[in-house]
Structure formats: C-alpha cells, structure tokens
Design a protein around this ligand. Sequence first.
Ligand code: AGP
Length: 608
Amino acid sequence: MCGIVGYTGHQKAVDVLLDALSSLEYRGYDSSGISIFEGTKIDTIKSLGRLDQLRERIDSQKKVFSGTCGIGHTRWATHGEPSDVNAHPHTTKKLSLVHNGIIENYVQIRQKLQADGYKFVSRTDTETAAHLLDRLYTGDPMGAIRQLCSFLEGSYAFAVLFWDHPGEVYGVCKGCPLIAAKGKEENFLVSDIPAILPYTRDYVLLEEGDLVKITADSILIQDSEGKEKIPNVQQAQWNMEQAQKGGYPHFMLKEIYEQPKALRDTIHPRIVDGLPDFAIEDSIPDGFWRQFDRISIVACGTAWHAGMLGKGLIERLARIPVECEIASEFRYRSPLLDRRTLVILISQSGETADTLAALRLARESGSTTLAVVNVTGSTIAREADYVIHTFAGPEIAVASTKAFSVQLAVMYLIAIKLALAGGRCQPDEARSLIHNLLEAIEATLKVFDLDSAIQKYAQSYVELKDLFFLGRGLDYSLAMEGSLKLKEISYIHCEAYAAGELKHGTISLITPGTPVIALATQDALLSKTLSNVREVISRGAEILLLCKDTFTPESELAGKCILLPALDDLFMPFVGVIALQLLAYHTAVFRDCDVDKPRNLAKSVTVE
Ligand code: AGP
C-alpha cells in the first residue's frame, strides 16, 4: 500500500506534493520521491526514509522547483528493499511513473524487456511497468496506458508524467484506489482522500480500469474501452483522521476488513498452473523444499499462532516433523539444529528482537533459515537465507490481524509445496488444495456479514473479568489467537485450552456463568469437542460456539452459535479468525479501550 499524489494547477507543485504526501505516510513511509515539470524537462528527486529525509535532500541538493505540475509517492516496499534506487518515481527518457499495488507477472515482463536490451536499475515491479510503458508510448498517453494494462496482471494504480505533455498528469487503476479531485484552477490525482482535504472536498472515485487525464482546468475520465465518462463528483465528509482510517473508527477494524485483499495480493503471485510456486516471486528454487527432514518454526505472539497452525498443516500434509516455538524460549534452550533442519521465522515487523536472535542462532548452528515477513528490507528479511514477503500492506494497529491471515496463507502454500516435494501428494491433489485455499480466501468476505451478530455477543462481554477459549487440533491453535486478540485489546483475562485438557485441572475453574468460547469447526473432532462443551455447560458455563453453518446446534446451544461459512476442515481457520478478531474488536470498543494502541504494548517489540 503506497501513497500517490499528482498535481497540476497554479501552486508550486513541490509544496503541494510534499504536503499531500505527508498525509499519506500511513500508507507507506520507507522511501519517497517527486517528479516535477520544470519547463519542458521532468526533474526527479527521491530518498530512502521518511518524507523529512526527502525534504532534507531537496535542501541539501539546493534543488529549486518552480514547476506547477508533478507527481509524488510514499513507498511501502513489496518488491525491492527500501532504498534510493527502489524509491518511486521510476523514470525513463519519455516518462516518470509512480505505482501502488503488485504486478504479479512483473518477472516475466522484465525478462522479456531485458532480452530486448532494456536496462534495469531497481528490483521493483514498478520499474518494469515504467519500461514497458516507455516501449509502448508513441505520443498518445491514454492509448499507451491502455495497452500497458493489457499486459499487466495483478493490482495497480499509476500516476504518470509524459515528457512531451507538460502540465498534464495521467493515471489508471485496477484493484487499487485512485481518486481525481477538483480544485480552483487546479486538479489532483491521489491514492486516498486525506491528500486532498486541505485543498478541496470535491472528488471523483475512479472505477476499475478507468483512465484519467488531469490538467489545471479539466479532468478527463475514460473507461477501459476508451469511452469518455462523466465524472461523478462527490463531497468528502471525513476529517483527516477519519480519512486516514478510510472512514473506519479504528485502524484495527480497517485492517480486519482489508484481509481479503491482503490474502489475494499475497497468494495469487505464488500460484502458477494451479500449484504453489516460490521460484518466481521469491527466488526459492524447487529443489530447496526437498532437503530437510525436520522443521522448526520460531516466532512470537500472533506470529507464533500462525506458526502453530503451520505446524499442524505441514505435519498433516507433508508428514515432516515440525516444532513450533516461542522465540524467547527457543533462543535460550540450546535447540538441536543441524543442516537438515529448516528454521522458519515468522514476523510481521521483521524487527522482533527475540525472533531475530533465534534467526542468528539458527544460522550459527548451520541450519537454513526462511523468513516470512511483512516489512520488506527489515532486519529479519535481510539476515535470513531466504525470505517470503507477505503483501498485507502497513499494519498500523498494535493488534495484528491481516498480517496473521497472510502469514497463515503462506504456511498453507509451504505445507503444500513440501508435500509435493516429498511425494506426499500428487499435483492434482495439490491443485485441489490450492483451489480450496482460493475458495477460503473468497469465503472470508462472508464473515463480515456476521459482524452485527458478533457485536451482540461482544456486548455481553463488557463486564467480564475472565473468559476461556477451548478447541481441538487447528481449533486449539486458533483459540490461542482468539484469546490473545481479546485479552490484548479488551484487557479481559482470557486463556485458551486444548478442549481435551480441561478435565486435567482447569475445569475446576468453571462455575455457573463462566464464559467459554468453544471453537468447533473441525468435523473430524466435532463430537469430541461437543462433549467437552457439554461438560462445561453442565457446570454452568455460558457458551459461545464457533462452528460451520452446516452444523445444527442442539437445543441447549441454540442462539449461542456463530455459524461460519462451511469450508473443508483444513481451511476453516481463515474464516474463524476473522470472527474472533471482530469479537475482540467490538468487545474492546464497548469497554472503551484504546483499540489501536492498547496499554503497555508496542507494535514492534525490538527489545528482549
Ligand atoms: C499481536 O497482536 C501482538 N501485537 C504481538 O503478539 C505480535 O504478534 C508479536 O509481538 C510479534 O510481532 P512480529 O510479528 O512483528 O514479530
């Protein structure tokens, strides 16, 4: 998720671009840049780091920008670590371009362009689009952009300056937002509303495939066929903070709702011919997956829960023994590691001190390390032997939601890849699993229909002090995540227990009225879990059951169920976790907690 701004009008473009970009830094802030028409020349400057570092570079290089038309960008790196050269805009002789989104087939396009002599300086997917557009451009900006789109797969929003069209900014969007905004003798092209609020509230939300050209006094929109569209001008009602949250009351709720897109962005580029593929996107050769006879997954917090689910998947599908450990324990217990052990480190931030220490210990022990991280260029990403980047975009809320789901999805791909490499499943079986994975990703949308029902249960939790989560198998790992989500933002003391373990002591805590959330999404374990549920009900527990919508609850459970879209057992965590996230979120809101910044917590724990 990056920030795009295009401007053309009567003001100095450098002032407007930097100001507008600063309100988009929540969308990406590891590097930034601007391109401005200075006379008939396009002048570009960009910098690693926050926007202030770009300002400092403009000053230190004594760059004087007087032009009134330009584009700017704040980057959230996906392809190519944060650096000056990977920062946008990307320029060619004919154009300057900024991009938000993920071009899923950029490697194939780049290879063809390189074969034709194009030279690349960055490792970004964006530069591929810039060179391809340059090749296609013969004087008609809209026509060239339309042709570019016919070659690209994935999601993108572009803003472009063409060298021989001073004063004009062009754009197109597919799968990423792009907004044209109408000012007084000035117009804007931005990736999100906050950028325009200081200047105007009149905006046009471009639709899928729309192309746009803005000049100081006009906004021209065409559909993907080239037919002109009448701009549907709307009035922005939000203030800046509301706009940065996309109208959601909290970043956490926005990020919960971003999960379907985050999952598609992360998984689609890694499926080729219906099978998991890490060779193209992540440069991990197929032979890599055949060389290990043991796997150790190491992480903290929510990432550890994704690892616990990953353990279950890999052992079930690939039949390889997996340990999944909390990094702060792993690093001090002299773990048994060798060359045949693959150590997988999962981390949203890529900076968690305990996980980083575990990575270093694994490398010292001669094990191969594979990192699954959401922040490109983070320390863990840079130090691991191999890295798989998740494409969830910036996760601002301290409580991790969309990062968990994309970590989980990557664990499914890894489990299927290992099963194929080890001969534990045939390509057709793997294709069927991948089909189920893609179906699960789309099924996540249906969980949002349960939001108001979930709010009712959350309302009943407002005064709680303690709450138990129960589950078996994958549901037990999911119960741990549900418990962490609820306790870290609502401050209710929650514990997750393996449902079969209750009778070994914990059930003594169950008294009349004790709230218990039972996860029963696994058909294979349903009867066992239901017996545990009956055990706690018989001791007076107040149950909330999460199960498939194909399950008919017995009378004593009627009205106490969250019925989830029914999927194959293996894929139920995708829909179960969203229900648990919404439950935790609404409970914390009803308890008037600081949802995005819970007490005592930090987004990235870079200390021991
Ligand atoms: C998750 O909701 C928590 N905020 C926390 O447990 C987090 O998952 C943990 O600190 C690991 O962070 P990382 O994924 O950035 O390594």
